[in-house]
Ligand binder design. Structure first.
Ligand code: NAD
Length: 355
């Protein structure tokens, strides 16, 4: 087992640690972007990368994103991420994640892991045999934990309610919402919107999923390629990252974008394109923090009602970002980043306001 710390960079994360274990095939990186607010928390991605550098770049970008998300959510957590490269088969998944658990343990609580793309509850149970610095485990009776997606959906819903009032001057019962992606979060969000009386248009490429949700929620179905063109008031990206680009923004009819997907803006310039078209963008990491709030509660031993309360305050945190954007003349995306960096720089002194 090797855990190696690399040198500083110009805009450095605090630490970039290579993790390797020849026996199990573990190869990857743990990036600790910031521990200014607490242990660096962020999931473990298990994916195929062309090179170690590509894995490290991805981990650094994701770790910084987690630091911002945790800061704006008012959590006493920094930001980090693990990216593990999928080895050639055959390999033992249990042994690989146990070796990863030992690497997490070697950091002695500086980094806290959980599920991300490509990892499961079973993988985190293997990690938990080696370290206690892991969340996303099966919930214990009456305690926070388990699948965070329902909390993510709830947070997006609360944010959308506030954003609809801010941009459209309407309640969700008077809005049409186009939901792109009906997976764990998108389907849950669609059900909450249906219960609130919203009109719905949905899309998902998986056969059967769109039909099932459409019947349940009285929704219109569009193809995955056409949903961006939907005649809706609100566009809710709940599938892939990078969905907002020059081309898709020019096609949007919605006046508001508010959804769960991570990294919705293909690049930073898209925030200005949205503003130019007078489309209000609710920054993704501000509205989709419900899941990490649940994960944080599990790791930090909070009561279940703390999750309910903090996720319920997602709309309030989004409103703060909108207010900051208006006051400073920045886009909401820029205002959120500025707010996050300020909270981190102040070591959480401002976090009480964000919480
Ligand atoms: P998921 O994999 O359960 O669902 C994604 C769905 O999107 C799938 O049903 C898939 O078929 C569909 N999809 C893929 N391409 C599509 C396209 N072009 N158009 C329409 N649908 C498409 O994922 P999830 O857990 O629901 O997460 C959704 C998004 O929210 C992801 O970007 C994820 O990173 C982000 N997110 C999730 C959580 C969480 O708690 N699960 C937390 C924060 C952010």
């Amino acid at each position: 087992m090797m855990v190696m710390t690399h040198g500083d960079r110009a805009l450095p994360p605090e630490r970039v640690c290579s993790v390797e274990d020849a026996r199990s095939g573990l190869r990857g990186v743990i990036v600790i972007h910031s521990t200014a607010l607490g242990p660096a928390a962020g999931g473990c991605r298990f994916w195929t990368y062309d090179s170690p550098d590509a894995a490290t770049e991805d981990a650094m970008r994701l770790a910084e994103g987690m630091a911002y998300k945790n800061a704006v959510a008012g959590l006493p957590l920094g930001g980090g991420k693990a990216v593990l490269r999928m080895p050639e088969p055959p390999f033992s998944r249990g042994e690989l994640f146990a070796a990863f658990g030992r690497a997490v343990q070697a950091l002695d609580g500086e980094y806290v892991t959980a599920e991300d793309v490509g990892t499961s509850v079973e993988d985190m149970e293997a990690v938990a045999r080696e370290t206690r610095h892991v969340a996303g485990l099966p919930p214990r009776e009456g305690r926070p934990g388990g699948d965070p997606s329902p909390w993510t959906a709830r947070g997006v819903f609360e944010a959308m309610r506030v954003a609809a009032r801010a941009r459209l001057g309407r309640e969700l019962s008077d809005c049409t919402v186009a939901v792109q992606g009906l997976g764990h979060v998108g389907a849950g969000l669609t059900r909450l919107l249906h219960a609130a009386g919203a009109r719905l248009i949905v899309a998902d490429p998986k056969p059967g999923i769109a039909a099932k949700v459409a019947v349940e929620c009285d929704a219109e179905i569009m193809s995955k390629d056409a949903i961006v063109d939907a005649r809706a008031d609100i566009f809710a990206p709940c599938a892939l990252g990078g969905v907002l680009n020059r081309q898709s923004v020019s096609r949007l009819h919605a006046r508001l974008v508010c959804g769960a997907a991570n990294n919705q803006l293909a690049d930073e310039s898209v925030a200005a394109l949205l503003a130019d078209r007078d489309i209000l963008y609710a920054p993704d990491y501000v509205v989709n923090a419900g899941g990490i709030i649940s994960v944080a509660a599990e790791y930090l031993g909070w009561e279940a009602d703390a999750v309910q309360r903090r996720v319920g305050e997602t709309g309030m945190r989004l409103q703060r970002v909108f207010d900051e954007a208006e006051r400073s003349g920045r886009t909401p995306a820029d205002a959120a980043d500025t707010l996050a960096r300020r909270i981190i720089a102040q070591g959480g002194a401002d976090a009480a306001v964000a919480a």
